[in-house]
Ligand binder design. Structure first.
Ligand SMILES: NC(=O)c1ccc[n+]([C@@H]2O[C@H](COP(=O)([O-])OP(=O)(O)OC[C@H]3O[C@@H](n4cnc5c(N)ncnc54)[C@H](OP(=O)(O)O)[C@@H]3O)[C@@H](O)[C@H]2O)c1
Length: 334
């Protein structure tokens, strides 16, 4: 089968389209004929080797983290899916493999596609929407009437996060350039700050929580936006000890490393009386089924920036890597 293969860590030249053996589903797994695959920053971060401390792939490896497609076969013991089902999934982080004609997915990570979506839109959902849901609902415990700041609302995660926060009844402030302003307003943002012209900390204060999608300088300036007792969850800043234990199931070695790396960030948070957590999302078929129900009820819209044919997978990753996508970038596999 055709696949985009990573043969060593580095730039785009380290990936190539290649013919590789088709995978076989093991117990509990589905073999999915991939119709579309969503792209995410984790794809180019993985290619560059930036996540080696967390996931050690044995190279060469087929890239790609999420898919939509049709179940072609099931492994022993699969209970919830059958050949012919239209499914979508964020696949196991330790295997990847969705930039290919066929991929295997554990049944616990898959859900039936919303009937109202085509394969391209369905492939855009899993990783970004699961991240937004798990951050806002499970980590920030966002509830009706609360105020949340979501810097960077126009991208893959942000377009889902704004909508999910509104679903939870929150007031949402976000940042976007003029290129993304109309989009984030349409998705429900109550306050939009043009980050090219204004500093958000001059405009916002007393917020209950923030969901940081940008890290770096944005995270460093975020604290004064929050009230004392407020909460920050970042998916782009510095991992902290709980990231190692709760999200990665790792021991004290990695937790200690993250403790050191996040010291300045945690000290800043403490000075402002705010809690800080770095989240790694996890695959979840149950959460994905919930997101599918929101989509079916027309409460969650999928925003696609661009679709590339599979033969242009490298160009698609390079496009996402410019950092200016509005919504999601997707590969059409068939
Ligand atoms: N920890 C996890 O589990 C997890 C999961 C998913 C994603 N992530 C991380 O979360 C981050 C966001 O992911 P994504 O998929 O949303 O990325 P993305 O789709 O590439 O985000 C692009 C968007 O970010 C906006 N942007 C860039 N700089 C900005 C700034 N300074 N202020 C406001 N907006 C800005 C861009 O708007 P303009 O074009 O208008 O500048 C663009 O619309 C990435 O670092 C990704 O690796 C982590």
């Amino acid at each position: 089968m055709r696949a985009l293969v990573l043969s060593r860590y580095g730039g785009p030249e380290c990936t190539a389209l290649a013919d590789v053996p088709q995978p076989s589903p093991r117990a509990g797994e589905l073999l999915v004929g991939v119709h579309a695959a969503g792209l995410n920053p984790v794809d180019y971060k993985t290619r560059a080797g930036g996540l080696r401390i967390i996931h050690r792939y044995s190279l060469p490896v087929v890239m790609g983290n999420e898919l939509s497609g049709i179940v072609e076969a099931v492994g022993a013991g699969v209970m919830r899916f059958a050949k012919g089902d239209r499914v979508f999934a964020r696949v196991d982080k330790n295997t990847m493999g969705t930039f290919a004609d066929y991929a295997v997915v554990h049944e616990d990570h898959a859900a039936l596609m919303p009937a109202s979506l085509d394969f391209l839109s369905a492939a855009a959902v899993p990783l970004a929407a699961l991240t937004a849901l798990q951050a806002l609902r499970d980590e920030l415990h966002l509830s009706a009437g609360q105020r949340v700041f979501i810097p960077g609302g126009a991208g893959g995660v942000g377009t889902f996060a704004i909508q999910i926060a509104k679903q939870l009844g929150a007031h949402v402030a976000t940042t976007a350039s003029p290129r993304g302003e109309a989009l984030v307003k349409r998705l429900g943002a109550d306050v939009v700050i043009d980050y090219l012209r204004e500093r958000f900390e001059d405009k916002l204060s007393g917020y209950d929580c923030a969901f940081d999608l940008l890290g770096g300088e944005t995270l460093a300036r975020l604290w004064s936006v929050l009230r004392r007792g407020g909460r920050v969850v970042s998916i782009a800043g510095i991992p902290e000890p709980m990231t190692a234990r709760k999200d990665l199931g790792r021991g004290s070695g990695l937790a200690a490393l993250f403790w050191v790396a996040s010291l300045t960030t945690r000290q800043r948070a403490a000075r402002h009386g705010v809690s800080y957590r770095y989240l790694f999302m996890h695959p979840s078929g149950a959460d994905l089924a919930y997101l599918a129900s929101l989509i079916e009820a027309q409460k969650l819209e999928v925003v696609i920036d661009r679709v590339f044919p599979f033969t242009e997978a490298k160009e698609a990753i390079a496009y996402l890597e410019t950092g200016h996508a509005k919504g999601k970038v997707v590969l059409a596999m068939r």
